[in-house]
Design a binder for this molecule. Structure first.
Ligand SMILES: *Cc1c(COP(=O)(O)O)cnc(C)c1O
Length: 376
C-alpha cells in the first residue's frame, strides 16, 4: 500500500454534526460558528485577539497591510524574511509594495538571528519568522532582536497550530501571528486561517479589511433603528478574506483533538529519529530546541542524494515531499541570488517524510528502512 506524505484525518461524524447545525440553522457564512471558533481559539491559545479568515495567505497579506498603514511605512521599506518557506510568506510583502530582504536559515531551517542582524538597515521595518514544520528554532532570539532594533515581528505560524514552548503557546510575543488551517496542515479544514494581533485596535481594523471595508462600527455608533439595519458605511478598500461557518465547524472539531494529534506526530518523529540515530553520516535529522513541544507538522531529513532518494522512495510507493524550494530560485525573487548560502545548500538536500495520523510504527520503520537503504 502506498504511503503518502499527508493524509488529513477528520472525525467525520463530529464534523458532520457541527456542519449539520449550520445547515439546519440556515447559516453557513461569517458569524455563528466563526465566532465560536475564534472564542475557542483564544481560550486554547491565550491570545487576546483572533480573527478567522479564509486562508493564512489572506492573513499574512492583512498583517503586512495593517502594520504598514498604521505605522506609516512607505513603499520599498524592507521586511527581513526567510527564503525557505511557502511563497505566501513572501508574496504578502510584495502585495504591499514592500521589499523582501532574505536572511539565511540555521540548523533548525528557521531564520538565523545572526544573519538577520547583519541584514538590518535603516529601512528595515519588520521581520517575518516561519516556524518550520512547527519547530520554533531561534524564535526567541528574533523576539529579542526585534526589541533591540525596534522592529515589528510577524510570525507565520502556518505549521504551528499547537506548538508550545515551556508549556505555553508560541506567538504571543509577536505583533501579529498567522495560522493556517489549509487542507493538509496539522489542523486541517478545507481552507482557512486565523490572524492574531497583539493590539486590539489592529484586530478591529483587520475585521473591516477582511470584509470589504464595511464599517459596522459606524453603523452601531450611529444608533440607527432596526429599520436601517441594512445600512453601513464603507471607509476602507477591503477584501473578501473572511472565513465561513462550514470551515469553522471543521476547525472546532480539529481543535478539540489538536494536542492529542500533535502528541502522536511527535511519537512518529521519535520513531523516525530512533531509526536514524546511528546513521548520522547518511541521514541528518533536524534538531528541536529544549522545551519546544513542536506540532511536528513536518518531519524533515537532510541527505546527500535527495533527488535520487526521492526516486527510490517513489519506486517503493512512498511519496515524500520537499519543504521548500529556495524562494530565491524563483524568478520573482532572484534579485536576491547568492544572499543565503546555507539555504542554497540545504534546500537541495532536504526532504519531508510521510507525517500524518494514519501512519503506524510499522509504516515509519518501513519508510526509514528504505531511506537508510538508499541515502548517501
Ligand atoms: C501553507 C502555508 C501558508 C499559506 O497558508 P494558506 O492557508 O494555504 O493560505 C503560508 N506559510 C506557510 C509556511 C505555509 O506552509
Amino acid at each position: 500500500m502506498a504511503i503518502q506524505l499527508f493524509v488529513p484525518t477528520f472525525r467525520v461524524e463530529e464534523c458532520l454534526s457541527e456542519i449539520r447545525e449550520c445547515l439546519e440553522k440556515g447559516w453557513t457564512g461569517m458569524g455563528f460558528k466563526t465566532v465560536e471558533f475564534e472564542n475557542k481559539w483564544k481560550e486554547y491559545t491565550g491570545y487576546e485577539n483572533a480573527h478567522f479568515l479564509n486562508s493564512a495567505t489572506a492573513g499574512l497579506h492583512l498583517a503586512v497591510k495593517v502594520l504598514k498603514e498604521q505605522l506609516g511605512w512607505t513603499d520599498d521599506d524592507e521586511i527581513i524574511t526567510t527564503p525557505l518557506t511557502f511563497v505566501s510568506t513572501n508574496h504578502a510583502i510584495l502585495y504591499e509594495n514592500l521589499n523582501p530582504v532574505f536572511a539565511d536559515v540555521d540548523e533548525y531551517l528557521c531564520l538565523d538571528p545572526a544573519d538577520v542582524k547583519s541584514k538590518i538597515t535603516a529601512n528595515t521595518k519588520a521581520i517575518v519568522f516561519v516556524g518550520m514544520g512547527g519547530n520554533i528554532g531561534r524564535y526567541y532570539d528574533i523576539v529579542e532582536l526585534c526589541k533591540e532594533y525596534d522592529l515589528k515581528l510577524i510570525l507565520d505560524a502556518a505549521h504551528m497550530s499547537g506548538t508550545k514552548y515551556a508549556g505555553d503557546t508560541v506567538g504571543k510575543e509577536a505583533d501579529v501571528t498567522v495560522y493556517s488551517f489549509q487542507a493538509v496542515k496539522n489542523l486541517p479544514t478545507g481552507d482557512s486561517g486565523m490572524i492574531c494581533f497583539k493590539d486590539k485596535s489592529y484586530d478591529d481594523i483587520v475585521r473591516k479589511y477582511s470584509w470589504m471595508g464595511i464599517n459596522k462600527d459606524t453603523y452601531s455608533r450611529s444608533g440607527s433603528a432596526g429599520t436601517y439595519k441594512w445600512e453601513y458605511n464603507v471607509d476602507h478598500l477591503g477584501y473578501k478574506y473572511n472565513g465561513n461557518s462550514i470551515m469553522a465547524a471543521m476547525g472546532l472539531v480539529g481543535l478539540k483533538y489538536l494536542d492529542q494529534d500533535n502528541a502522536y506526530r511527535r511519537q512518529l518523529a521519535t520513531w523516525y529519529n530512533n531509526n536514524f540515530k546511528e546513521y548520522t553520516d547518511k541521514i541528518k535529522t533536524i534538531p528541536v530546541p529544549d522545551k519546544c513541544e513542536t506540532s511536528n507538522h513536518l518531519y524533515i531529513i537532510e541527505v546527500g542524494n535527495r533527488d535520487e532518494l526521492l526516486e527510490k522512495l517513489n519506486e517503493h510507493e512512498i511519496y515524500p515531499g520537499v519543504h521548500y524550494k529556495n524562494n530565491i530560485e524563483y524568478s520573482l525573487y532572484d534579485y536576491a541570488k547568492d544572499t543565503c548560502p546555507n539555504t542554497d545548500r540545504i534546500s537541495h538536500k532536504i526532504l519531508s517524510l510521510p507525517m500524518h495520523m494514519r501512519l503506524t510504527k510499522a509504516d515509519v520503520d518501513y519508510v526509514a528502512e528504505i531511506c537508510l537503504r538508499y541515502a548517501k
